[in-house]
Design a protein around this ligand. Structure first.
Ligand code: FA5
Ligand code: MG
Length: 350
């Protein structure tokens, strides 16, 4: 660990490194573990028990090749920057999505699989974004024979099966829920879509998906086949499923949270399922910080969030730009950020 942290390319703070191995998704009593089983249950019932194989212990440190190249992320794509991704060394990263494992599993001959794991992104901070979260990837390969059973063009057939499968999943999890499909772009799928669910008065993006690029399949020696793939955000779905208002709660050790979740509590369609009962929130505490932007190096909001996060950890609820000032004489710009602190466990002093 120390050797890795000493690498000149490393931009992973200790706060983030400590999250490796916590594996919330492998705890049967944790909302993420409960959700993982509920999704597996859906795949078992829709496709036959065991037909989708679940991988939930693949290590989150992967090569840049796996994280980016293997899924055709262009060389100049923003997600490759050190502003967006945690680099451990020049050519290893904390995976920023479970798609990093698509190609190697296809190469191993897997045709229907799910990958659940922790993923890491330098990102802004608010109630639905956290720098460490969990994704579930799903891939289904269609054989030539399966594709020839329809009059539809292969891509349309695969797209349709994908969308109706995911709508079925949403129904299994939530019962009736308001959802919408949004056209999207991913380098590794075409066409690509995102699914949004109406939650707490807003549309919440819960997953990305699409028809896998031929080039990826070809790389795994699959030439006549087609495939779909999706990657869903487990926290986002769990927030909707259990009515959990803040993404940081998934990391709390407070018994008032953990006692409310039990393995086996999931009820299909949300019928008679216990929702999360919010215990009263402690009051927030605001501090404004303003500073001049450097003239030479580039300032990014993610860098600021990272500093705030490494210093104040889970106490930070939100980091928000509230004022910008340009001094015409010196041609300098200053920013003012409001940092909202709130503890899940106690009242903060000033
Ligand atoms: C991806 O990560 C793609 N790999 C998904 C995919 C897989 C597309 C296979 C096509 C085929 P995206 O960056 O949109 O896509 O993230 C997927 C989901 O992760 C989002 O819909 C959201 O539910 C969740 N998510 C993204 N960022 C965060 C965050 N900071 N905190 C919590 N959840 C997040
Ligand atoms: Mg997205």
């Amino acid at each position: 660990l120390d050797i890795l942290l000493d690498s000149p390319d490393n931009n992973v703070s200790e706060y983030i490194f400590e999250k490796i191995g916590v594996d919330l998704h492998r705890r049967p009593e944790h909302p993420l573990g409960i959700l993982k089983s509920a999704i597996l249950e859906y795949f078992d019932s829709a496709y036959g028990k065991g037909s989708f194989r679940m991988f939930d212990d693949l290590h989150p440190i992967v090569s840049t090749h796996e994280n980016f190249d293997s899924v055709l992320v262009p060389q100049d794509h923003v997600s490759r920057s050190k502003n967006d991704t945690y680099y451990v060394t020049e050519d290893t990263v904390l995976r920023c999505h479970t798609s990093a494992h698509q190609l190697s599993l296809l190469k191993q001959g897997e045709k229907k699989f799910l990958v659940t794991g922790d993923v890491y992104r330098r990102d802004t901070i608010d109630a639905t974004h956290f720098p460490v979260f969990h994704q579930m990837e799903g891939v289904r390969v269609f054989t030539k024979c399966e594709l020839s059973s329809t009059e539809l063009a292969p891509q349309d057939f695969v797209s349709q099966e994908l969308k109706s499968m995911l709508e079925g999943l949403a129904k299994h999890l939530f019962g009736e829920v308001e959802l919408r499909w949004v056209d999207a772009y991913f380098p590794f799928t075409d066409p690509s879509y995102e699914l949004e669910i109406f939650f707490n008065g807003e549309w919440l993006e819960v997953l990305g998906c699409g028809v896998m690029q031929k080039q990826i399949l070809n790389g795994a020696s699959l030439v006549d086949e087609e495939a779909w793939a999706f990657g869903l955000g487990l926290e986002r779905l769990a927030m909707v499923l259990f009515d959990i208002p803040d993404i940081r709660l998934f990391w709390t050790n407070d018994e008032r949270f953990s006692k409310q979740f039990k393995a086996g509590m999931f009820r299909s369609g949300g019928h008679n399922m216990q929702k999360f009962k919010s215990y009263s929130k402690y009051p927030p505490c605001y501090k404004d910080v303003s500073f001049w932007l450097p003239n030479v190096s580039k300032f990014t909001e993610n860098d600021l969030c990272e500093i705030v996060r490494s210093t104040a950890g889970n106490l930070v609820e939100e980091v928000k730009l509230i004022d910008e000032f340009h001094n015409p004489k010196t041609n300098q710009v200053s920013n003012c950020y409001r940092i909202t602190y709130r503890s899940m466990d106690r009242s903060l002093t000033d």
